[in-house]
Design a binder for this molecule. Structure first.
Ligand code: UDP
Length: 272
């Protein structure tokens, strides 16, 4: 059984990107946070960038995970550009960092607890302290940052497992595709969990261990360039960006099979 957010989708290189607006997305988040039915699986959110779509072409298991998630949002500006090129439509960008902040604000209001998993030792603790200061009343069930991409839940310390099992929301910061693979392999063990999301390097930004790109870079879609300048070891990953753009332009030129999918997603209320 899975929980999907009802929305039309735009397939981008085999990954269905939701057409839902930011407002609709956060309404779905709020609805799920308010739903205490423990038989419902968590809302599994993936924030998609061009690198993720290229990875899903070469990694069949990852592609299947992206098909099973509840919602795939357009994170990278490259995804909204691709939707524009192929479907002449605009999609709202819903990033991991923005989602982390907004979901924590909602959790504080609704008295739901969060768990922060991933990043280098100490980073999740710092991020938790900042999030609590920004959102008085936010309950942090636990944090765990081992800097490991181990997808085996059973190898996590027992106290961590218990805290994870009690959390309503789990943020996973292991980088893609490890975080989505961890979520897919483990979310069925988290019966209290209402929402689970991979958020990449967001703990680093919140904790201040890495600076987010200045707003000018973010607005113009050049955040990747700033991150490359700050961390040149990312160059190999960045090679995927021209590959992504080339694929989209070739698809556009060939003008074949480009159609918005019929929605096959199941409304949450039917599952409730
Ligand atoms: N990370 C981790 N274990 C690893 C590799 C990375 O916990 O083996 C963490 C890293 O510290 C960072 C997060 O994963 O906080 C996301 O890393 P990345 O910059 O690759 O993700 P992006 O934001 O580009 O998706």
């Amino acid at each position: 059984m899975n929980t999907h957010v009802e929305s039309e989708t735009y397939p981008i290189l085999g990954v269905n990107i939701s057409a839902c607006s930011k407002e609709e997305f956060f309404v779905s988040v709020k609805e799920r946070l308010q739903n205490s039915d423990e038989t419902l699986p968590p809302l599994f959110v993936v924030t998609v960038n061009p690198e993720i779509t290229i990875q899903s072409i070469i990694d069949n298991q990852f592609n299947k995970i992206l098909q099973s998630s509840s919602i795939n949002t357009a994170d990278g500006v490259g995804i909204s550009w691709a939707v524009k090129q192929l479907y002449k439509k605009s999609v709202d960008r819903i990033t991991g960092s923005d989602s982390l902040e907004k979901i924590c604000a909602e959790c504080a209001k609704l008295d739901q607890s969060v768990f922060l998993y991933g990043a280098a030792p100490g980073v999740a603790d710092k991020a938790a302290a900042v999030l609590v200061a920004r959102n008085p009343g936010l309950r942090v069930e636990g944090v765990y940052s081992p800097f490991s991409r181990d997808t085996n839940f059973d190898r996590l310390p027992v106290t961590t497992q218990i805290e994870l099992q009690n959390a309503s929301v789990v943020f996973v910061a292991l980088g893609a595709p490890s975080q989505e693979k961890w979520i897919y392999a483990n979310m069925h063990k988290l019966s209290r969990c209402r929402l689970i999301i991979g958020i990449g390097g967001s703990f680093d930004f919140i904790a201040g261990t890495q600076k987010r790109a200045p707003i000018m870079f973010r607005k113009t879609g050049l955040e990747w360039m700033y991150r490359l300048y700050k961390d040149p070891s990312r160059w190999r990953r960045m090679l995927r960006l021209p590959l992504f753009a080339l694929n989209i332009l070739l698809l556009k030129a060939s003008n074949t099979t480009i159609q918005k999918t019929d929605t096959v997603n199941l409304p949450q209320k039917e599952l409730a």
